[in-house]
Design a protein around this ligand. Structure first.
Ligand SMILES: [Zn+2]
Length: 72
C-alpha cells in the first residue's frame, strides 16, 4: 500500500504539515461559503491548506445543506 501522498504537500513536496481545524472558504460561483471547523493539513512551507478526509466530508455536507437552501 502506498499512502505517502497523505503526508506530503501537493504544492512543494514538503512533509512539514500540520493538521488543525479552520474556517474553510469554498467558492460557489459569486458567493463564498465559509465552513467552520474543517480539519485541514496545512503546509508550513508554502501555506497550502488541504482538507483531511473528515474535513472533506464536512465540506461536502456543508455544500449539500447550502444547495438545499438555494433550491428552496
Ligand atoms: Zn508545501
Amino acid at each position: 500500500m502506498t499512502k505517502k501522498s497523505d503526508k506530503t504537500c501537493e504544492g512543494c513536496g514538503s512533509q512539514n504539515l500540520k493538521s488543525h481545524p479552520t474556517t474553510y472558504p469554498v467558492n460557489m460561483g459569486e458567493k463564498q461559503l465559509n465552513i467552520e471547523r474543517v480539519w485541514v493539513r496545512e503546509c508550513l512551507d508554502c501555506n497550502i491548506m488541504k482538507p483531511t478526509k473528515a474535513g472533506q466530508e464536512k465540506i461536502d455536507r456543508g455544500l449539500g445543506a447550502f444547495m438545499t437552501l438555494m433550491l428552496r
